[in-house]
Every structure is written in C-alpha cells, then in structure tokens.
Design a protein around this ligand. Structure first.
Ligand SMILES: C[S@@+](CC[C@H](N)C(=O)[O-])C[C@H]1O[C@@H](n2cnc3c(N)ncnc32)[C@H](O)[C@@H]1O
Length: 211
C-alpha cells in the first residue's frame, strides 16, 4: 500500500487492524522481554501495546508513517507529549514513550538509539513482498546480535484475498531472518477480516534472536 493509501485509511477511520487492547500473544509472552530496556515497535499505529510495554517498565520507541495516528495515541491516553521536528520525522515524546512519525525506511541507528528488543505485530505483514525483504534487512541493521524480536505473522492462501494484511508463511520468515534463531512460541486460528471472509488462516508468534 502506498503512503497515501495508509494516510487515507487513518483519515477515514478504516483501522480494523487496531485491537484496542494489548495483543494476546504479547500479553502471553511479554516476560521474554524482561530486562530488555528499549523496545522498538515499527509501524506502530496507535496500538495499546505501546502503553502496555511502557507499563511493564520498558522504554518504547515507535515508528509510524501517519502523524495523525501518533497524535491519536497520545490523545487517547490524555497525554501531552513534547513535539520536535526535523527533515524526516516529527517526534512525539512523553515519559518512556517516543514515537517517530515518518517512513520507517528513513530510520537509522542514530534515530532509534540502542535497541534491546523489537516487537512486530501487523508490521511485517502490512508490507508487500518486495518491501518485506528491505524491512527485514533494515531491522537487522538497527540492532546488535542477541537482540530479541517478538513477531506476529499471519498465513493464509494469498490467492483468496489481497493484502494487506499479507500472508507471510513460516518459510518466508525463516528466509528473511536467515541465520537468526527462530522459535515458534504460539499459534491460533486467524480471526478478523479472514474469518469474516470464510478464509482459514493462522496467526503465529515467533521469538527471533537476531544475528
Ligand atoms: C496494519 S497497521 C498495524 C499497526 C500496529 N502495529 C497495530 O498492531 O495496531 C500498519 C501500520 O503501518 C503504518 N505504515 C505503513 N507503511 C509505513 C512505513 N513505510 N513507515 C512507517 N509506518 C508505516 C500504517 O500507517 C499503519 O498504521
């Protein structure tokens, strides 16, 4: 999806991906992130997971294309963030939460600072195949070996529905993060749009130790 299409979705409130409460896989497996201070949340939208991670003592660094979504997160939580602006990003900060509004592909280590963990829910699967490879390479470039990533994927017959969300089979995940240690933590039948359309799919949660 092009940038304008995402902006339009947010402007029109077509954000069926927004869960409105902490993700069930994250709630179940967040203990794996214990002791890892700074957590990067790419393509974060206005997910409640940001607040959930902050409440667990993490410093949270989100990146989201659509500034309205970033503003909505702080508005929903009645927080008044400090706002700074540079050529590539508008950055909103409040307490342990820093959200960069801009294109994730403009992010560098200078922007994120040291990252101890990554949480990817509806981020990898929001990107078309050609961008997924670039995205995985970007994440790998942002962190040191040993960094832990929790990633939630979705798999379904791609010919039965156009993404996003896209189907990312386990084999593709393993290819994107080749050389990393990849453990399947959890799995459940996919709900939401897929179930409504009568399409069988699976949501999976993996722990990836970056190399
Ligand atoms: C499917 S939503 C998931 C949001 C969030 N992770 C959640 O669980 O609710 C994908 C988000 O990625 C954002 N996005 C799309 N392309 C992006 C890009 N190139 N850089 C940063 N954010 C992007 C969209 O605006 C959208 O909010």
């Amino acid at each position: 999806m092009e940038h304008d299409a995402w902006r339009q979705r947010w402007a029109e409130g077509r954000i069926g991906f927004h869960e409105g409460s902490p993700n069930a896989f994250l709630a179940q497996h967040v203990g794996l992130l214990a002791g890892r201070e700074r957590v990067l949340v790419p393509l974060c939208g206005k997910t409640e997971d940001l607040a959930f991670l902050a409440a667990r003592g993490h410093q949270v660094v989100g990146v989201e294309l659509v500034e309205d979504a970033v503003r909505a997160f702080f508005g929903d939580h009645a927080l008044a963030p400090d706002v700074t602006r540079d050529a590539a990003f508008v950055t909103y900060r409040h307490g342990p939460i820093t959200l960069h509004a801009g294109d994730v592909f403009d992010v560098s280590r200078d922007r994120t600072g040291a990252i101890d963990a990554i949480y990817d829910r509806a981020a990898l699967i929001a990107l078309p195949p050609e961008l997924r490879r670039r995205y995985a390479a970007l994440l790998r470039s942002l962190v040191a070996p040993g960094t832990l990533m929790l990633v939630v994927t979705l798999e379904y017959p791609q010919d039965q529905m156009a993404g996003p969300p896209f189907s990312v089979p386990e084999a593709e995940l393993r290819e994107l993060y080749r050389g990393c240690t990849i453990d399947l933590l959890d799995e459940r039948p996919a709900g939401g749009r897929l179930r409504e359309a009568g399409i069988d799919g699976a949501e999976r949660c993996f722990a990836i130790t970056m190399r």
